[in-house]
Design a protein around this ligand. Structure first.
Ligand SMILES: [Zn+2]
Length: 139
């Protein structure tokens, strides 16, 4: 961090802002926590552990919306979209929908919205009402 979040004064390594006296320790701790959550999210994603990854990046976004957090969010959204497409090519519609909805809960990209719409449409054409209701129940 180069500037005080309160008064925008340039900072060196002060714990208390020399201009407005803001306690920067708390700010540093929030930054650290956000960074940790981003690393945690990426690690879970690498293990195909999608739900904890999505949880962690949401927590990070609540704390901080800095470049690292936003880039991590972007990365996870892209990966989930790719995963949904892969699920679909393997005829795993329900899994594709589940993955897409996790992705949409992070960011509503036009691509994810269109793909979601497309799968839902296909679903209603090929399945009975009971089967569809079951799929919705899974979500
Ligand atoms: Zn300040």
């Amino acid at each position: 961090m180069e500037r005080c979040p309160t008064c925008k004064a340039r900072l060196k390594s002060a714990v208390i802002c020399p201009r407005c006296q803001t306690d920067l320790n708390r700010v540093f701790k929030i930054n650290e926590r956000a960074e940790f959550l981003c690393q945690y999210a990426i690690a879970r994603l690498e293990q195909q552990n999608i739900k904890p990854a999505v949880w962690a990046i949401k927590e990070a976004l609540l704390l901080q919306r800095n470049k690292l957090v936003l880039a991590t969010q972007q990365f996870i959204v892209k990966r989930l979209e790719q995963q949904a497409v892969a699920n679909l090519t393997h005829n795993k519609q329900a899994l594709a929908i589940e993955t897409l909805e996790l992705s949409l809960s992070l960011k509503k990209t036009p691509f994810a919205l269109a793909l979601h719409e497309f799968i839902k449409q296909q679903d209603s054409e090929t399945h009975t009402k009971e089967c569809l209701a079951e799929n919705i129940g899974l979500l």
